[in-house]
Design a protein around this ligand. Structure first.
Ligand code: COA
Length: 218
C-alpha cells in the first residue's frame, strides 16, 4: 500500500496540467490472464481487501494499509479520483471465475505523463507462490508500457522483504541501488532496494527467444 490518501490534493493538482485525458482515465479496462482477471476496484471490494491485506505477513514491509472496511472504502474512492486525474491507477486482482478481490496492483505517475512511474503490489498470503502474482504482473507491465506509455517503471522493496525482492527480480526488474534507511516501519528505519524496468527491457521479457528445433544430420 505504497500510496496514501494524504497525497490526494498534491497529486491531483500536479497531474491535471501534465496528462492529457485518456480512455483509462474514464475507467480501467479489464485485463485477463491465465489465472487472474484484473479490473477496476469497487467499494464492495473493501471487505475482502481488508481481510486479506491487513495481516501481519502482508503488511510487514509496506506502508500501513487501512485498518477497517470503511478505511478501505475511502482508499478505493481515492484510487478512483486519482485515476480520473491521470495520476495513478489501481487494479483489483481477482481469480478467473471469481469476482472477489484478493489483492491490488498500483502504478503511480512520478514524472511527466507517466514517462517515469512506480508500481507496487500486495496479494493475500493464501495466494502467494501460486503464480497469481506473475500472471497479474505481466498484465500490469503490459498495461504500463503499452497503454500508459511508461518508459521507466520503478519499484522500492525493503531489503528484508524476500518475497517482494524475489517477485521483482522474477519480472526482470534490475536493482540499481540501496536507499539507506528510506522507509520507517513501526518506528524502525529500513533500507530499501530501488528497482527499475525500462520499456525496452520489458519487450525482451514478453517475447522470449525460443530455441529453434535441433536438426540432426546423420
Ligand atoms: C510481493 C508479493 C505480491 C509477491 O507474490 P508471491 O506470490 O509471494 O510471489 P512469487 O511466489 O510469485 O514470487 C516470489 C519469488 O521470491 C522468491 N522468494 C521467496 N522468499 C524469498 C526470500 N526470502 N528471499 C529471496 N527470494 C525469495 C520465491 O522463491 C519466488 O521466486 P520463484 O517463483 O522464482 O521461486 C506477495 O508476496 C505480497 O503480497 N507480499 C506482501 C506485500 C509486499 O511485500 N509487497 C511488495 C512490496 S515491494
Amino acid at each position: 500500500m505504497p500510496y496514501r490518501i494524504e497525497l490526494d490534493t498534491e497529486l491531483v493538482s500536479a497531474s491535471i496540467a501534465e496528462v492529457a485525458t485518456s480512455d483509462w482515465q474514464q475507467g480501467l479496462p479489464t485485463l485477463r490472464g491465465q489465472q487472474v482477471v484484473l479490473r477496476e476496484l469497487r467499494a464492495s471490494d473493501a471487505a475482502s481487501l481488508c481481510a486479506l491485506l491487513t495481516t501481519e505477513e502482508v503488511a510487514r514491509f509496506i506502508s500501513p494499509p487501512p485498518t477497517t472496511v470503511e478505511g478501505f472504502e475511502k482508499f478505493i474512492a481515492w484510487t478512483l479520483r486519482q485515476r480520473t486525474a491521470g495520476a495513478y491507477v489501481c487494479f483489483a486482482v481477482t481469480l478467473r471465475g471469481f469476482d472477489t478481490a484478493i489483492g491490488i496492483f498500483q502504478v503511480r505517475n512520478l514524472g511527466s505523463a507517466f514517462d517515469t512511474a512506480e508500481w507496487g503490489f500486495a496479494i493475500g498470503s493464501p495466494f502467494w507462490g501460486t503464480g497469481v502474482f506473475e500472471d497479474g504482473a505481466e498484465l500490469v507491465l503490459d498495461f504500463a508500457f503499452e497503454t500508459l506509455g511508461v518508459h521507466r517503471l520503478e519499484a522500492r522493496a525493503a531489503v528484508k522483504n524476500g518475497r517482494g525482492n524475489g517477485a521483482l527480480l522474477k519480472m526482470g526488474a534490475v536493482q540499481e541501488c540501496v536507499l539507506r534507511q528510506s522507509f520507517k516501519k513501526d518506528g524502525v528505519y529500513l533500507d530499501q532496494a530501488l528497482y527499475a524496468i525500462l520499456d525496452t527491457d520489458w519487450g525482451g521479457k514478453r517475447a522470449p527467444i525460443t530455441e529453434p528445433a535441433t536438426v540432426r544430420v546423420h
